[in-house]
Unconditional design. Structure first.
Lengths: 303, 333
């Protein structure tokens, strides 16, 4: 049986008479990495702020590990760790002191918990320096340690890789993945970058204008790549794809275009060559967020 | 809860505000006590030159000052309010001379009292503002409010811990003020004078000085009495500062608002003293020490109990507003 860690039900938020969040529903199970994808200003951050108690829902309820944040705030929050946008720390203290002060606010956070979190994020060597001497990536890592010291079941990360360099992003991703694998915690992470969601998440909810427009498994939604073949007989290719592989294909600008999983490309290519079709080149056009939105909104319009 | 309060105090100390406050206190106390001693010496010299005597006693100087005040009273340029104030001073001085109480020679005890009197309406509130204005607004402007409010602690507890920490620090500041002004002024002023008698309990009845309720206590007790009033004022100021810090998002505007209200309040007191509402404004009531000496009051119908109650009301309302606003606030930084 899968355990439900986070449930967001009919969440609405009205600020200055404007409906910023419209009736959002979400569910995250144990050990799941859930992506929250949408352009800037879509309402990702506002939703996450409500989940971590920084902002109050106008209507609807949020349940974390079985505790409602409206009726049982303390128990609900004991199960959450978070980084909301760039990590904010007390600059005039050392990294360690930051963690100690924050750890003292939760029950049962020992020195050992803090040390483990610091080791996990790889900050042991600089932990006794003042935070103002840290780089952005270091702050982010302390930010992550801060979110983990009390062993939460749910980790909320709002745009976690903003402002990090590629190496920092890579390390950050590795840490999150290890955490999920070893401790079985669930992660809800928001991003406006499709690649980030692709690399990390199991499930994704796409949000636009304060509404979730689609929820799906990442592979179903994002790996549906378009393959472009530039070949000498596109019509013949199309026939082969449709008859032999049962894949729908189109011809656009003299190119053969079809949707198929990447591992099938080789098989198809071999088949084409055997049938005497010369392949100039094959390219994979990855979907951008823009494409996805166009596709999703167009889909909706047809409905 | 104790842990939370300890956290808050730790943060305040690390921000080095306390050091700033100590430096300010040392500077001001040093300047004032040096100045007071300087003026005293000049007065003695002037007296000796005028009277052609080779030594002096405080009674002579007090009598001389009494004459000066009476001369002033004759002058046509002094407004009616000023006349009242001078009349009260004369009566007090006569009372001192009649009862053999020395109001002239500076002593550490008297300096303390004087320093409290001078600082209670502005300098002391300023120190409280330094330590309190960024208490909550600072967490917002540095965005650390995000890590503070996402812990498994209800918001009211976090605010409560900050309030308690501020009240503790305020108490500490008043203590520091007493310690620093005693020790630094000792450098310039030779007499401690803690056991000298002091008269207090003057009352203004219909604008006239009444000595019916006067009592005689030691300087030390009088000094402590002044400091406890200062402490009360400091606590009220910290409650008001606390509210402003909750209401605004940046430390700069918090300081601006409180300073403006302090300065504006002093203006109100001077220019609109006939307006009945003025006496309910907190700034008008800050100077509690004036009720001990029975000096002239700008606004009529005020007394110690009235001012204490007005200040208490302001403090309680400020704290209520702080909690109401803070518990509902959306954190969008």
């Amino acid at each position: 049986m899968t355990q439900r860690i986070l449930q967001v039900k009919d969440l609405t938020k009205i600020i200055n008479k404007r409906e910023i969040i419209k009736n959002i529903n979400l569910e995250i199970s144990k050990g799941e990495i859930y992506g929250f994808l949408g352009p800037n200003g879509a309402g990702k951050s506002t939703t996450l702020r409500m989940v971590v108690g920084l902002s109050k829902p106008t209507t609807g309820d949020i349940t974390i590990s079985g505790y409602s944040i409206t009726n049982n705030y303390v128990k609900a929050m004991a199960n959450v760790g978070c980084i909301i946008e760039e990590p904010a720390l007390y600059e005039y203290m050392t990294g360690l002191k930051n963690l100690k002060i924050l750890g003292a606010m939760s029950k049962n956070v020992s020195e050992k918990d803090i040390r483990e979190a610091v080791e996990l994020v790889g900050m042991s060597h600089r932990i006794n320096d003042l935070v103002k001497t840290y780089s952005m990536g270091m702050k982010q890592r302390i930010g992550l340690a801060q979110a983990l010291i009390h062993h939460p079941k749910l980790l909320i990360l709002d745009e976690p890789t903003n402002g990090l360099d590629p190496q920092g992003i890579y390390k950050f991703r590795q840490i999150i993945k290890t955490l999920v694998k070893e401790k079985g915690i669930s992660v809800l992470l928001s991003s406006h970058l499709i690649s980030e969601i692709q690399l990390m998440c199991d499930k994704v909810a796409i949000i636009n204008n304060g509404q979730i427009i689609k929820t799906a498994k990442v592979e179903d939604l994002l790996f549906s790549n378009q393959i472009y073949w530039t070949i000498d007989y596109p019509k013949k290719g199309k026939r082969i794809l449709e008859s032999k592989f049962d894949i729908e294909a189109n011809i656009i600008d003299n190119q053969l275009v079809a949707k198929l999983p990447e591992h099938l490309i080789e098989t198809v290519n071999t088949f084409f060559i055997n049938k005497g079709i010369k392949i100039k080149y094959v390219s994979i056009k990855k979907k951008t967020l823009e494409d996805l939105f166009l596709e999703l909104t167009a889909y909706k319009a047809i409905e | 809860m104790i842990t939370l309060v300890r956290n808050e105090i730790y943060k305040m100390i690390l921000r080095k505000k306390v050091i700033l406050i100590i430096i300010l206190l040392i500077l001001f106390v040093g300047l004032f006590s040096y100045g007071e001693n300087y003026i005293y010496n000049q007065r003695i010299n002037a007296f000796l030159q005028e009277s052609n005597q080779s030594n002096y006693s405080w009674e002579n100087i007090a009598n001389q000052r009494l004459e000066r005040l009476k001369e002033n009273l004759e002058s046509a340029y002094i407004p009616e309010r000023g006349i009242k104030s001078i009349e009260i001073q004369i009566e007090q001085l006569e009372y001192f001379i009649d009862n053999n109480i020395n109001p002239i020679t500076p002593s550490v005890a008297r300096f303390n009292v004087e320093f409290v009197k001078q600082s209670i309406t502005f300098f002391l509130p300023l120190l409280i503002i330094i330590i309190g204005a960024d208490l909550i607004s600072g967490e917002f402007s540095e965005k650390t409010i995000k890590i503070l409010l996402t812990r498994a602690v209800p918001r009211w507890k976090i605010l409560m811990s900050k309030l308690i920490a501020l009240l503790i620090m305020t108490t500490l500041i008043v203590l520091l003020m007493a310690i620093i002004s005693t020790s630094i002024s000792r450098v310039f002023i030779n007499r401690l004078g803690f056991d000298e008698p002091v008269i207090t309990g003057f009352k203004l009845v219909n604008g006239e000085l009444s000595t019916a309720t006067v009592i005689q206590i030691t300087s030390l007790r009088y000094m402590l009495l002044n400091y406890s009033l200062a402490w009360y004022v400091a606590l009220v100021m910290s409650a008001i500062t606390f509210m402003i810090s909750v209401l605004v998002k940046s430390m700069g505007s918090a300081i601006g608002i409180i300073m403006a209200s302090l300065i504006g309040g002093q203006f109100l007191q001077f220019f609109l003293s006939d307006w009945g509402l003025v006496k309910y404004f907190y700034v008008t009531n800050l100077d509690l020490t004036k009720y001990l000496t029975g000096s002239y009051q700008q606004v009529e119908g005020m007394n110690l109990v009235f001012s204490v109650l007005v200040l208490m009301t302001w403090a309680i309302i400020s704290i209520l507003i702080s909690f109401l606003v803070f518990s509902k606030k959306d954190v969008l930084v």
